[in-house]
Design a protein around this ligand. Structure first.
Ligand SMILES: [Fe+2]
Length: 293
């Protein structure tokens, strides 16, 4: 299977432009060799995207996107990805804080506490949090601040496991988030996230455009037994990438101040800084967000 199947849809907000550098697609995934995993500080048996990227063609673009005008107030929490733009005046205070410090990259994630302990940090975060309230699907939905993440440039993927593998925090490769760890049947109802590019360069979101339940069916699974074997669905990503190594990964470009809204508990994803020259900074909030206005 080397062509994308229609499932997950990306929706661009009205003030976000669809330029030719927005969507790229590659020729699939591979498992890192033991040596590469050790040398690059990855967990064993990780999946990474192959690095032959091309721009998507018009048919693929149609399969990947839906116009905001066609949503008709139906935001699908588990299958829609939004691209929004946060006003410059809200991001600028964070950039100023970041520019005044030296991030120590000898620590694998950078010493981000120099940013978060700055006296102006909370105020800047609070202003952004207030702004993104307009994207919550229900007025009283809680927004949880996950905070700033910093990654070095030139990384194939950026997500590290800080929970089980301190202190060396290995990279995990293409993965599924499990903050809520819902059962497979309810994965599409999990909270999603807004992740804002607060850096000065483009940043890159990687994803396979298939929801977890779609992956379940593509693997030929359907019975009650299959459902109970894959109760939380956490093994489905690796099974999928093993069975369909030529299924393309999508690389989505986010300019500075742009953010994605994505159901990362329901899609295989990561970020990449391979095309970057400077540190990658992102700010993430968890909630139930969508584009309905
Ligand atoms: Fe993730």
């Amino acid at each position: 299977m080397n062509q994308i199947i229609e499932d997950i849809k990306v929706v661009l907000d009205r003030n976000v432009e669809l330029n030719s550098e927005r969507f790229f697609l590659n020729n699939g995934t591979s498992i890192l060799s033991t040596d590469d995993a050790n040398n690059l500080n990855y967990l064993q048996n990780c999946f990474i995207p192959k690095q032959e990227w091309r721009k998507v063609n018009s048919i693929e673009l149609e399969q990947l996107t839906t116009s905001i005008d066609d949503l008709q107030s139906n935001w699908d929490l588990g299958r829609h990805i939004g691209i929004i733009r946060i006003p410059e005046y809200l991001i600028q205070p964070l950039r100023e804080i970041i520019s005044t410090i030296n991030i120590d990259l000898s620590q694998s994630r950078g010493d981000i506490s120099k940013v978060t302990l700055n006296p102006n940090y909370q105020c800047a975060i609070e202003a952004i949090r207030t702004h993104i309230q307009q994207y919550t699907l229900m007025t009283n939905d809680e927004i949880k601040t996950l905070g700033i993440h910093c990654a070095k440039p030139q990384l194939i993927t950026t997500t590290v496991n800080t929970v089980q593998y301190l202190p060396h925090c290995p990279y995990v490769g293409l993965h599924l988030d499990s903050w809520e760890n819902s059962p497979l049947k309810r994965r599409h109802l999990s909270s999603n996230r807004i992740c804002i590019n607060i850096g000065q360069e483009n940043r890159y979101f990687l994803m396979i455009n298939l929801s977890l339940m779609k992956i379940f069916h593509l693997l030929g699974l359907s019975t009650i037994n299959d459902i109970s074997k894959h109760y939380r669905g956490v093994k489905l990503p690796s099974e999928f990438m093993q069975h369909f190594p030529t299924y393309p990964v999508i690389k989505l470009t986010l300019s500075p101040n742009e953010a994605y809204i994505a159901p990362t508990e329901n899609i295989i994803h990561d970020s990449s800084t391979l095309d970057k020259h400077e540190l990658d900074f992102s700010l993430t909030f968890l909630g139930k967000f969508g584009l309905l206005h």
